[in-house]
Design a binder for this molecule. Structure first.
Ligand SMILES: C[S@@+](CC[C@H](N)C(=O)[O-])C[C@H]1O[C@@H](n2cnc3c(N)ncnc32)[C@H](O)[C@@H]1O
Length: 248
């Protein structure tokens, strides 16, 4: 796959990631960031996002609810979306919608072309590494109410606030505007539903405080592959079902 702004690298579990070609202008001393942990892009996605997503599906079943609005911040190579699609396809009783934000148009174009049948060995490999069935995913993606939006900003508005959110922007060195107190307050009040599960690889003091002041129960989890911590947070009816998320 030939991209303008990214180069492909393989991570330790054999799954591909993308690294930015250039450093952030504000932090030229930092190496351009890659989208995933070098220990394994697929393994990291399954641990940080797929586990909590499956728990959310269990929680919905306990709550006898079947409506689910899912948001992904940072489509990137689409690992999270592929995993979400795989799990939704296996749970036909759930009536779901999905929104992906991605500011790099070339990533949305490449991913959409593959979903529509264009050959792309990178996405085929990602499916294989996620143990996901490519044909099922491509078929299901045509049935799903799935909005692929561009850049997420403080002006973004959506119709159905998210019950599950995978917050997978680059770190604050690269995607600083998405990690400020003001932006997190906007996101958590305007785009997240009253009942909401929030998952991310990140775990910082300002993220924890933003989640707590916006009514979330903050749960610190071990980070992926030796990283110190990651975050899971629950709000509304999901808090009483906290025990379902204990495996994460
Ligand atoms: C860590 S990568 C996401 C990896 C992706 N979830 C995956 O599984 O491959 C972060 C992504 O967020 C995108 N991004 C950064 N800021 C954004 C913004 N304000 N709105 C939408 N996308 C953004 C970047 O272009 C990049 O593709």
């Amino acid at each position: 796959m030939d991209l303008k702004s990214f180069v492909i690298e393989l991570t330790a579990d054999g799954s591909p990631t993308l690294r930015l070609k250039s450093s952030n202008a504000l932090h030229p001393e930092k190496m351009p960031e890659s989208m995933h942990h070098s220990g394994g892009a697929a393994a990291e996605t399954l641990y940080i996002y797929t586990g909590p997503f499956k728990n959310t599906l269990q929680a919905l079943s306990e709550l006898k609810q079947n409506q689910l609005s899912v948001g992904v911040v940072g489509l990137g190579l689409g690992y999270i979306e592929l995993s979400v699609l795989q799990n939704l396809a296996a749970n036909p009783a759930i009536s779901a919608n999905l929104t992906s934000f991605e500011k790099e148009a070339e990533l949305v174009e490449a991913f959409t072309a593959w979903l529509n049948g264009k050959e792309n060995k990178t996405y085929d490999l990602i499916c294989e590494k996620l143990s996901a069935d490519k044909n099922k995913i491509q078929n299901y993606s045509r049935l799903l109410d799935w909005k692929k939006l561009g850049e997420l900003t403080a002006e973004t508005s959506i119709l159905q606030p998210f019950h599950f959110i995978a917050y997978d922007a680059f770190s604050q060195f690269t995607d600083g505007p998405l990690w400020t107190d003001e932006f997190l307050d906007f996101f958590l009040t305007q785009l997240c539903a009253k009942d909401c599960v929030f998952a991310t690889y990140a775990c910082t003091g300002n993220l924890k405080r933003a989640l707590q002041r916006n009514g979330f129960l903050f749960i610190k989890r071990p980070g992926f592959s030796g990283k110190r911590d990651a975050t899971l947070a629950l709000r509304g009816e999901f808090i009483a079902l906290r025990y379902l998320f204990q495996s994460v």
